[in-house]
Design a protein around this ligand. Sequence first.
Ligand SMILES: Nc1ncnc2c1ncn2[C@@H]1O[C@H](COP(=O)(O)OP(=O)(O)OP(=O)(O)O)[C@@H](O)[C@H]1O
Ligand SMILES: [Mg+2]
Length: 274
Amino acid sequence: MGTYTISGSYIQPTFPSLGHSPFASKLPFIRKLGFFNSAACAGFSSFEVKDVSFRPPGTQLYLLKDVSLSLPEKRFGLIFGQSGSGKTTLLQLLAGLSKPTTGSICVQRYDDKGHPIVSPEKLTPERVGIVFQFPERYFLADSVLGEITFGWPRQKGNLQLKQQLALNLQRAINWVGLSGIPLDKDPHSLSGGYKRRLALAIQLVQTPDLLILDEPLAGLDWKARAELVRLLKYLKTELTILVVSHDLKELAALVDCSWRMEMGGLLRKEPLAL
Ligand SMILES: Nc1ncnc2c1ncn2[C@@H]1O[C@H](COP(=O)(O)OP(=O)(O)OP(=O)(O)O)[C@@H](O)[C@H]1O
Ligand SMILES: [Mg+2]
């Protein structure tokens, strides 16, 4: 593992090349590095939504009906479908921001032959990073560093925790290619593409097992879109990613599994026909 140095107002990458938003409550940031230590044991893990239905409390209308999906680790999943069909609603459930009315959201471990081993584990919110549509609208701090570290523990002590956070910070900044940006720069003055990178870095500091992105390319120009697609291609080698998007062509090369959300909250598996 590399070390970190904060030199002047830049973070100097010393790693080998290897989100606050209103959701800063998803602390603690410190996460294990790696997914279930999968290198150590054979088989694989999969994020699984099983027969999930959702009716907002106090309403009669179901927004999601018997939704099921399975996304193996280090895969890139895409959900597409009409506006108002329930895509964002499903992401909110995956991130733990709402609870399913019925059904379950868990992580299942399988052996090499695809047989489940051990019981499924509940997917907890700490294991999920979510970047909402137009995340830059939620920026609150007046510096890049302030934005990333918003909500971090401020009290004295717990040096080990702070060192680990700093390491995670450096790695996240390197991952998203923000290392050339001064840390005291006003996040609102960044270009559209760099604002999205910053929003990603905020989530990546937590080292989520599952990274969820709602319409990540929306509102960006063609160059920023192409750069973000390249970045997602890289992040796919490190994380499991689930994206909601209308931009099927641009993301098609990354997609391992795809689903269409039908109006009324019905999800069905559908390969991209491109
Ligand atoms: N808390 C709520 N109470 C009642 N209805 C809601 C609530 N939240 C969302 N809805 C409705 O649920 C439906 C699904 O909304 P959702 O935002 O998940 O759609 P979406 O597929 O993400 O759409 P878009 O592509 O426009 O982002 C919409 O009809 C929306 O108005
Ligand atoms: Mg939506």
